[in-house]
Design a protein around this ligand. Structure first.
Ligand code: ZN
Length: 321
């Protein structure tokens, strides 16, 4: 399928590059150059895989991993300006998601306004909780101090992509470092953060919020029935609706880094094909395995066109040729 739109595709600026390298290996070594590149391998892989448009976002944890709010504000601004410059050079191939310094929610709201209104960005991608001066504590966005930020997000009318980062340091992963990161803890951490937002009443106060979760919803869709079922017995849960309802009204999922037809079919059964968006998670994944899988997986052509392109065109008001 030509003209696909991919929406979890990352870049870095020198200040945020290299921090994710976990173990010495050719895979991790190759990422640094790919994250800084816009013109060469990135475009070649898009062309070969039939990706017409990539909505690009900063790598992780980047801005969210900076404990000092002033530095986070500065780096977010620098990254957003760099991305805007690249988008302006190839506006038919690239679009942008804002990086936001949520260490200071008011500053994040102002930066989000600037990115949408002045730079033409299509939403924000935020890498989980924001670091604080206390390494044991992160700022999660269900905190009351973040409510004015969410009011601004709703007003801007563009999606907020909650992207993974490592959880706070914990004894739970002692002795199993390989499960920290994309194999397991990213989804565990991001799912819990998403559930804090979705079950905490935020979407009742701001019913037009649009939340995107990568990696097929960070495992939540598989558990929606059980969460709905068990929350019936929790009158202390502030949400006014069932989790399944928020997933059908406020949440979109992407295929980023998860090229499995079984998981895609389950996600379609859980939330419907209108709420799923193709993505690769470049450069942490190579483009070809994702596009080859998606182009041939056993779904209808109507669903392939929706997931591959038209859902994103509608959600972000973009076009891909
Ligand atoms: Zn990613």
């Amino acid at each position: 399928m030509q003209g696909k739109i991919a929406i979890e595709e990352h870049f870095a600026i020198p200040e945020t590059n290299g921090v994710e390298n976990r173990v010495a290996s050719p895979y991790w070594a190759s990422l640094n150059a790919k994250l800084l590149d816009f013109e060469n391998q990135r475009l070649e892989e898009m062309d070969r895989g039939g990706v017409g448009l990539a909505i690009i976002s900063l790598n992780a944890p980047a801005v969210q991993g900076i404990a000092d709010p002033a530095r986070a504000i500065e780096i977010a601004r620098r990254a957003n300006d760099t991305l805007a410059e690249q988008v302006s050079r190839r506006p038919t191939r690239f679009a942008g998601f804002a990086a936001l310094p949520l260490q200071d929610p008011d500053a994040a709201a102002r930066e989000f306004q600037r990115c949408v209104r002045d730079l033409g960005f299509k939403g924000a991608l935020v890498n989980g909780f924001s670091s604080t001066p206390d390494p044991q504590k992160g700022l999660y966005y269900d905190a009351p101090m973040c409510r004015p930020f969410w009011a601004e997000v709703e007003k801007l009318g563009v999606p907020f992509y909650l992207h993974p980062r490592d959880p706070l340091p914990s004894e739970r992963y002692a002795g199993i470092p390989w499960l920290v990161g994309s194999a397991w803890s990213f989804a565990e951490e991001t799912a819990l953060h998403a559930l804090r937002l979705l079950t905490g009443g935020l979407f009742d106060e701001h019913p037009k919020l649009k939340l995107i979760l990568g990696h097929f919803g960070e495992r939540i869709p598989y558990d929606i029935w059980r969460i709905d079922h068990r929350l019936k017995f929790r009158p202390d849960c502030p949400a006014k609706k069932k989790l399944s309802e928020y997933f059908r009204e406020n949440v979109w999922l992407t295929t980023s880094g998860h090229f499995s037809t079984q998981t895609l079919l389950d996600a379609m059964l859980q939330v419907g094909s209108d709420r799923i968006l193709f993505s690769v998670d470049y450069p942490y994944e190579e483009t070809q395995p994702g596009t080859t899988w998606f182009d041939a997986c056993e779904i209808s052509e109507a669903d392939r066109v929706k997931i591959g392109r038209t859902n994103a065109e509608r959600l972000f008001n973009v076009r891909a040729d």
